[in-house]
Write a protein that binds this ligand. Structure first.
Ligand code: NAD
Length: 364
C-alpha cells in the first residue's frame, strides 16, 4: 500500500557492550565473593551493590582477525532513566542478493528463506504485510499475497515488487472460499513452483461483546475466517507441498488469546477461535511430520495495528499497556524475526510449537 511503512524500534541501550558478556562478568564477581562467605546470612549481608561493573571486551582487529589487546572499561550500574525508543521509518525493502548470501556464514544462510516460494494470507496490511516484507529481505524467491481486500492487496503487492524487485503476486481470495483457495494455490505452483512456506495471517477480531449478547451469525463468521480459514489454507498448501514431494513450513498466526482470557474486554469467540488454531496447528504438525511439513503457531500479544486502532479501544489499550512488562504494544514488525526463523531451515526440528510474542503480557 502506498502509505505502508515499517517502523523499526531500536530499543534504547545504555552501552554498546554485549549484554551477555556484561552479565557474565557481574555473575563471576558475585560468585567470587560468595566463596569467602561463611553463612547464608553473612552472604546476604555481604552483597556489594556495585555502582560500576568492570568489563573486558575482545574485538577482532580491523582485518577481522582475533585482536591481541582487550579493551577494558566500566559501565554504570546505577539505575538510569528509561531511554525513549527511537522510532525510525523504514521504507526500503532490501532483498538478499546471491552475492551477499554466498558470503554469509552457514548458520545465517540456514536462517534465511533463500529460494523459497512463500504464500502469505492477510498480507495486504498489518502483521502479514510486514512479514511479507521480511521474507522478501530474507531471500524469498517469490511472494504470493492472498487477501480479501482487493485495493489494499493490489497496492501492497505492487509496492513490495517495486521495492524489492522480486516476483510478487496478489490473489483476491477469501480464506473461507475453498475453491478460490485451491485455484489460487495451483496458480502459484504454475507461476513459481510448489510453495515452501505458508504464513496464515488473515484474521478478524470482534471484542467487547458479551457472550450472552453475541449474535450467532457473527460468532460463526469469525470462527469461519480465523479457524476454518486456517484449515482450508493449510489443506490446500499442504496438498501442493505433498504433490511436489517438497518439505515445507506452515506458520499459523494465532494469538495469546488462544492461551489466556483477555482483560477487560469480553471476546469469547475470538479467544475460542485462536485456541482452535493452536490445537489445529499441533494436530497438523503431528499428522504431517511424515511428509516433511512442519506446522507452528505464532501467538502475538497486543500489537499496534489497524485491528486495534479503533477509538472504542483507546481506554482499554492503556490497561493492556500497563499489564505488559515491556510497557508497550507490539510494533507491526515485531513478528518478522520469528516468522523468518520458522519459515527457514534453521527451525527444521521445530514443529507443533506455539510461540508467544507479547512483551511479557502473559507472565502475570
Ligand atoms: N493486532 C493484534 O493485536 C493481534 C494480536 C494477536 C493476534 N493477531 C492476529 O494477527 C493476524 C493479523 O492481524 P493484523 O493486526 O495484522 O490485522 P489487520 O486487520 O491489519 O490485517 C488482517 C488482514 O487480513 C485480511 N482478511 C481479513 N479477513 C479475511 C478473509 N476472510 N480472507 C482473506 N483475508 C482476510 C484483511 O483484509 C487484512 O489485510 C490476525 O489473524 C489476528 O487475529 C493480531
Amino acid at each position: 500500500m502506498a502509505s505502508a511503512s515499517r517502523s523499526l524500534r531500536l530499543a534504547g541501550r545504555f552501552t554498546a557492550v554485549p549484554r551477555p558478556f556484561a552479565l557474565r562478568t557481574a555473575t563471576a564477581s558475585v560468585s567470587q565473593r560468595a566463596a569467602f562467605t561463611v553463612s547464608a546470612r553473612r552472604f546476604k549481608l555481604g552483597v556489594v551493590r556495585e555502582t560500576e561493573v568492570p568489563v573486558t571486551v575482545y574485538n577482532p582487529d580491523s582485518k577481522g582477525a582475533p585482536g591481541s589487546s582487550p579493551e577494558h572499561f566500566t559501565i554504570s550500574a546505577q539505575p538510569s532513566r528509561p531511554v525513549e525508543p527511537v522510532v525510525e521509518e523504514v521504507e526500503e525493502v532490501q532483498p538478499l542478493s546471491d552475492e551477499v548470501y554466498a558470503q554469509m556464514p552457514r548458520t545465517l544462510q540456514k536462517m534465511s528463506v533463500k529460494g523459497k516460494v512463500i504464500i502469505i494470507t492477510g498480507g495486504a496490511r498489518g502483521l502479514g504485510n510486514n512479514m511479507a516484507r521480511a521474507c522478501a529481505e530474507a531471500g524469498a524467491k517469490a511472494i504470493a499475497i492472498f487477501d480479501a481486500n482487493q485495493e489494499l492487496g493490489d497496492e501492497s503487492a505492487a509496492e513490495l515488487h517495486q521495492k524489492s524487485g522480486l516476483p510478487v503476486s496478489f490473489f483476491k481470495v477469501d480464506v473461507r472460499d475453498g475453491s478460490a483457495i485451491n485455484a489460487a494455490v495451483q496458480n502459484v505452483v504454475d507461476l513459481y513452483g510448489a510453495p515452501d512456506v505458508l504464513v496464515n495471517s488473515a484474521g478478524i477480531a470482534d471484542s467487547n461483546i458479551k457472550a450472552e449478547n453475541y449474535d450467532h451469525q457473527m460468532f460463526r463468521r469469525l470462527i469461519d475466517i480465523n479457524l476454518t480459514g486456517s484449515f482450508l489454507m493449510s489443506q490446500s498448501v499442504g496438498r501442493a507441498m505433498m504433490a511436489a514431494g517438497k518439505p515445507g513450513s506452515i506458520i499459523l498466526v494465532a494469538s495469546m488469546s488462544g492461551s489466556i482470557v483477555n482483560y477487560p474486554q469480553e471476546q469469547s469467540c475470538y479467544n475460542a477461535s485462536k485456541a482452535g488454531v493452536i490445537q489445529f496447528g499441533k494436530s497438523l504438525a503431528a499428522e504431517w511430520a511424515k511428509h516433511g511439513i512442519r506446522v507452528n503457531c505464532i501467538s502475538p500479544g497486543y500489537m499496534d495495528t489497524a485491528l486495534n486502532r479503533v477509538p472504542a479501544l483507546d481506554a482499554q489499550k492503556k490497561i493492556w499497556t500497563e499489564r505488559t512488562p515491556q510497557d508497550r504494544l507490539g510494533a507491526v514488525d515485531d513478528l518478522n524475526g520469528l516468522c523468518v526463523f520458522l519459515a527457514s531451515d534453521a527451525s527444521g526440528y521445530m514443529t507443533g510449537s506455539n510461540v508467544i510474542i507479547d512483551g511479557g503480557y502473559t507472565l502475570y
